[in-house]
Design a protein around this ligand. Structure first.
Ligand code: ADP
Length: 458
């Protein structure tokens, strides 16, 4: 029998660039497509720790000959893998769904709009129960404001933003796609199942951070995912990584993305919140947090504004502050290298930190997170306008050029403000007593170039 050279169906995962993200497509090697008898647009099953589905399309020219499949951030979440991991690809026969039930994937999202609109946005898209999908949507804002005050202030009731939904169930089960005959239900409330991976932030949600993400993946994600690698090599992975950079540059978001993509539990602690508690309380809070994180390992503890917890000891007067620095040092020293717990700390004043904190075995790695350059700003604009209906006259390149000095948080605020301008324009057409906004009003909604100009003036 002749040996036929077959291509392995195991492919290494790489990132799908933003232009192709969020569309439910995966780019595969042509050779594998031929072997599996796949036409462009056919449905495949992607098997990692989880199984998800996508439509196969041809690879980028530059990827020719590489044994990779390109997936976007949510697809990686849905397959339970990170870039560099391996997945298996199979051809599947996707069935049209008779019914699909969605729910918001996080708890601060209130969705409005008809299920018909939802069905239309996902028509043709293959998926399976438990998948998380993104949709250009509108997120409820000012929901905690009393209605008459909200109206008095002319504050908008919703903002245009990408929202994420969980596929709660499908009929039939397995890999299905939506078509004209699918009935779609949207549950009003967030639902989360045990063991479900959070998908609030992935690496795709960070702009202008290419090399920073690579560095952090190597320092944090790799040891958390593959502790055996480090044991085998006999080297200890870092226990502490210090991120420094100005406020609003995405340090918190980055730490959260690393936790999500490493499938680690995330514990967030804000420096100033710990400080100023009653005698002995601050140390106790810190100790308890480390204990909880250790019990839940793999874990990442993120300490924001660490300078407020651990300023230089010779410059603080209070005993309480000194004890807290000492406690943090003790906790860091007490971490076992094999414990699968990494502490990421952020500060914008590294020079104000107690030096002892930066000794080997503590926060001995540092990553500088700078203010983004024009290309970085362009990426961030892309991310924050992902869910918005942008008018053709909106030029994101020009906006990136005009916003010298803006950090990610400024760009996020600007895009939100521009979207609110668009919402204000259609406000008179909305009956606020109605629970949902008529589809024709929503369809006519778009964010114009002038909305960005107005937002820039604010
Ligand atoms: P930091 O921790 O550095 O103060 P955050 O991570 O809290 O900054 O960022 C605040 C918000 O600004 C984020 O939630 C996000 O909306 C936006 N943002 C900041 N940096 C970026 C970035 N590099 N890419 C995309 N969004 C960003």
């Amino acid at each position: 029998m002749a040996d036929v050279e077959t291509m392995t169906r195991r492919l290494q995962v790489a990132n799908l660039p933003p232009a192709d993200s969020g569309r439910g497509v995966a780019r595969l090697p042509l050779k594998l497509m031929n072997e599996l008898g796949l036409q462009e647009g056919d449905v495949i099953e992607i098997v990692g720790k989880r199984t998800t589905a996508a439509r196969a399309i041809r690879p980028y020219g530059d990827d020719e000959g590489l044994n990779i499949v390109r997936l976007d951030g949510l697809q990686r979440v849905n397959a339970g893998v990170g870039s560099g991991d391996f997945v298996e690809i199979n051809k599947v026969n996707s069935k049209p769904a008779t019914k699909v039930v969605f729910a918001p994937a996080s708890n601060n999202v209130r969705l409005q709009g008809s299920s018909e609109a939802l069905r239309r946005s996902f028509e043709g898209r293959p998926f399976t129960e438990g998948d998380i999908v993104a949709i250009a949507g509108h997120q409820r804002v000012n929901a905690d404001m009393p209605e008459h005050i909200r109206q008095m202030l002319n504050a908008p009731a919703f903002a245009l933003q990408e929202v994420r939904l969980t596929v709660v169930s499908t009929t039939p089960k397995g890999i299905v796609h939506l078509d004209a005959g699918t009935s779609v239900e949207l549950l009003p409330e967030f639902t989360k199942r045990d063991g479900e991976r959070r998908a609030d932030v992935t690496y795709d949600d960070l702009g202008g951070m290419g090399s920073t993400i690579d560095a952090l993946r190597e320092m944090v994600e790799l040891p958390l995912r593959h502790p055996e690698l480090f044991q085998r090599l006999g080297v200890d992975p870092p226990k502490g990584v210090l991120l420094h950079g100005p406020p609003g540059t995405g340090k918190t978001r980055l730490a959260r993305a690393v936790a999500n993509e490493s499938e680690a539990n995330f514990f967030h602690i804000a420096g100033p919140e710990v400080m100023g508690s009653a005698y002995g309380e601050s140390e106790k809070k810190l100790r308890e947090l480390f204990e909880k994180a250790a019990a839940a390992a793999p874990s990442i503890i993120f300490i924001d504004e660490i300078d407020s917890i651990a300023p230089k000891r010779d410059q603080v007067s209070g005993e309480a502050e000194k004890r807290l620095v000492a406690q943090l040092l003790t906790l860091m020293d007490g971490l076992e290298p094999r414990q699968n717990l990494v502490v990421i700390a952020a500060t914008n004043r590294p020079e104000a930190l107690d030096e002892a904190l930066r000794r080997p075995g503590r926060f001995d790695r540092e990553i500088i997170i700078g203010v983004p350059d024009e290309a970085g700003r362009r990426e961030i604009f892309g991310i924050h306008t992902r869910g918005m209906p942008l008018a053709p006259n909106v030029d994101l390149d020009a906006l990136a050029r005009r916003t010298y000095g803006f950090v990610g948080a400024d760009i996020a605020a600007l895009t939100r403000e521009a979207a609110l301008e668009a919402v204000r324009r259609i406000m008179p057409k909305i009956d606020l007593q109605e629970v949902s906004i008529p589809p024709e009003v929503l369809d006519a909604l778009s964010v114009e170039s002038s909305d960005f100009d107005d937002a820039l003036k604010r």
